[in-house]
Design a protein around this ligand. Structure first.
Ligand code: SF4
Length: 693
């Protein structure tokens, strides 16, 4: 059958959390896999950004892993699946026998689907450990923590469609949708702006979002260009201004919230002038932004990794929640606190329980009732103590952790202090990696299991606004690769026997079991998801799902939204004589996280073939840096060499780089100190030095 005659497969873009629908067409040769727009796709109606349009370029890339590999005497050799499975099962059994189950760590990934992550976390728990985590830890663990604690659900409160229709003000703090969520920005946000909505951007870096709405060139929109790590004082100025002017929603506070007095106490002696100085933003600008937000009919907060990736990440997001609750901007269309998620299944990976402290549906592992209800379906006991998070696992690698099972993750580039991670992986007794390419992490593996790509398999993913959508696959390009689900099922069958809970026919079969143990997904079936998908929570079959949350009450114990005043906590590293600059990091539109796929996509790679650093003209002059010079950036953890881009986009005293490039990843420099509660690392502020190479 020629490609003209074939029926394209409707699926979801594998990159960011917007969840755009695309079609994939396969020609007579299985390797001829092409992108086709999907005009009626529910989220994007056929529109596509550069990453989505280039997504099929990696499917038949020459670097694809095509056969299992086993390392012998430091070199990989091809192996049969029988040999590879045998080695994995033998090593997992040996490690458990010699050290106990908590000597293994399991990493799921938001690059893989709900069914695959569900099965991996079940494998970890059947093995006897809660040491299972996923990359959400790195991006929004603090956001999820704060939202769950104070509102009920660790997810966007609203959906993109209601935000576009009803929001008058978009308060975007620490997020850059113009770069990282291009279709949300160009379709939903732009439409709202065309109809009169105002954008208030809070970010140390002027970026594509700033330019896409000409924020710096209008009186209507505002860009508050703050110092990295001063989000709490900035929001406290906003809150105090709201209180001083009586712009609070008294009725909402009285009937639907708790803790307002704590906020009043926290702000009683708060000095707005001193705080504005600390933020590096004129006080009157912050007061004007406060007025715009508080006086809007409906104001929506969007929050990104500029907020979450701090040691005070939970408190950063709590302060956004404080603002929304104090002004009554929750529980109706066009409002809320909305984390923009970075990967196509970053919401779902946590929803299905690939986390050390919760089971599917965010049910705590140490809640006896919840755990027992899951155990009843699974037929085995689950450990009742939360396990280690992924950064804790890599800190422990070689000590209490002896082995790692990694599905689709690349911690050697994604975790902070990347050189330390690489060293630690060498101390492990056994590492197995399932992936599509020889990643920087796979180089350290003992066994590599070649997986199929996003375009070759089916399942479900959950995009940033809680919409669960189906992905569908074309035929395999390489015969000897396997779907992640097949691999985890087979490892489970070999470890625990045919009746051990890993005997599934296909992704739908797994999804049916997932529904049983995940109340927020219970009402969904593959048929009900159809082509439109459904927003969770969806408790009963026939439910249409909830595009926005908390219309009548919050999902907290009291049913009230929780307000809690917070105070400024500076980053753990601040500039000093040795490292006089603040380094911050962020991603580019054309690349995807650790670049495993996007660096192999010619269309994307050609846009940005190497890393660079943004530096302010005054700093450039001070350090003798000319635009285009190669410079060495160093921190207490390592150094990289990159090209300098001299620009007023960045504040004086701050430098900005990216984590995408193996030859010079920003994560060599970042600090692996964690937020105590959410265990997210402080990627967004580290002390650094720069010199011309
Ligand atoms: Fe893919 Fe995100 Fe671009 Fe949509 S906006 S095409 S989901 S990368």
């Amino acid at each position: 059958m020629s490609s003209e005659e074939s029926e394209p497969v409707k699926t979801i873009c594998p990159y960011c959390g917007v969840g755009c629908g695309i079609q994939v067409d396969q020609g007579e040769d299985p390797g001829d896999v092409q992108f086709r727009p999907w005009g009626e796709a529910p989220v994007n109606e056929g529109r596509i950004c550069i990453k989505g349009g280039a997504a099929t370029q990696v499917v038949n890339h020459e670097d694809r892993l095509t056969d299992p590999l086993i390392k012998e005497d430091g070199e990989f050799r091809e192996a049969t699946w029988e040999e590879a499975y045998g080695r994995v099962v033998d090593e997992l059994e040996r490690i458990r026998e010699e050290n106990g189950p908590d000597a293994m760590g399991f990493f799921g990934s938001s690059k893989t689907m709900n069914e695959e992550n569900y099965l991996l976390q079940k494998l970890a728990r059947r093995y006897g450990t809660n040491n299972v985590d996923n990359c959400t830890r790195m991006c929004h663990a603090s956001t999820v923590y704060a939202l769950r604690k104070s509102l009920g659900a660790g997810a966007m409160t609203n959906s993109m469609a209601d935000l576009e229709e009803a929001a008058d003000v978009f308060w975007i703090q620490g997020a850059n949708p113009g770069e990282q969520h291009p279709i949300a920005n160009s379709q939903y946000f732009r439409q709202a702006v065309l109809e009169g909505a105002t954008v208030i951007q809070v970010d140390p870096h002027a970026n594509k979002t700033t330019r896409s709405f000409q924020i710096d060139e209008t009186d209507r929109h505002m860009h508050l260009q703050l110092e990295p790590g001063t989000d709490i004082p900035l929001l406290n100025i906003v809150l105090k201004t709201v209180l001083e002017n009586d712009w609070v929603d008294e009725e909402f506070i009285k009937s639907r919230t708790e803790g307002f007095d704590h906020l009043l106490e926290t702000l009683e002696d708060f000095d707005k002038e001193a705080a504005a100085e600390e933020c590096g933003v004129p006080l009157e600008d912050i007061e004007l932004a406060a007025e715009k937000y508080a006086k809007a009919n409906n104001a929506a907060i969007f929050t990104g990794m500029g907020m979450s990736q701090h040691t005070c990440g939970v408190d950063n997001v709590q302060n956004e929640i404080n603002l929304a609750l104090a002004t009554g901007n929750l529980g109706r269309p066009g409002t809320g606190v909305n984390p923009l998620r970075g990967q196509n299944n970053v919401q779902g990976t946590s929803d299905v329980g690939a986390m050390p402290n919760v089971l599917p549906g965010y049910q705590p592992v140490d809640d006896d009732e919840a755990r027992e209800s899951v155990e009843e379906v699974w037929g085995f006991e689950v450990p009742d103590e939360p396990g280690l998070t992924n950064v804790e696992i890599s800190h422990e690698a070689g000590d209490s952790i002896k082995g790692l099972y990694i599905m689709g993750e690349n911690p050697v580039m994604s975790e902070p202090d990347a050189n330390r991670v690489a060293e630690r992986l060498q101390d492990l007794e056994f590492t197995v990696v399932q992936d599509i390419f020889m990643t920087e992490t796979a180089e350290y593996a003992d066994v590599i299991l070649p997986a199929t790509t996003w375009a070759e398999r089916g399942g479900t993913v959950t995009n940033t606004d809680r919409r669960v959508q189906r992905m569908r696959g074309v035929d395999k390009v390489h015969e000897n690769t396997k779907h992640d689900l097949e691999i985890v099922s087979e490892v489970g069958r070999r470890l625990f026997g045919e009746d051990g809970g890993f005997d599934f026919e296909d992704p739908e079969d797994v999804f049916e079991e997932l529904r049983e143990v995940c109340p927020i997904y219970y009402g969904m079936t593959y048929d009900a998801l159809g082509e439109e998908g459904l927003h969770w929570p969806c408790y009963e079959e026939g439910d249409e799902g909830d595009p926005f949350l908390y219309e009548d009450s919050f999902d907290t114990e009291s049913g009230r939204g929780h307000i809690e005043g917070v105070r400024h906590q500076p980053p753990k590293e601040t500039p000093d004589e040795e490292y006089p600059l603040i380094l911050t990091t962020a991603r580019l539109e054309e690349h995807y996280n650790t670049g495993t796929m996007s660096r192999r996509s010619p269309r994307l790679h050609n846009q940005h073939p190497e890393n660079f650093v943004d530096i302010h003209p005054n700093d450039a002059e001070r350090y003798g840096v000319e635009d285009g010079d190669y410079v060495r950036i160093s921190s207490r953890r390592g150094e990289i060499e990159v090209k300098a881009q001299v620009t007023e986009d960045i504040k004086e005293g701050v430098i900005w780089t990216t984590p995408h490039f193996a030859a010079a990843s920003g994560n060599v420099l970042t600090n692996d100190v964690l937020d105590e509660r959410a265990k997210i690392p402080e990627y967004k502020a580290a002390a650094a030095e720069i010199e011309v190479s």
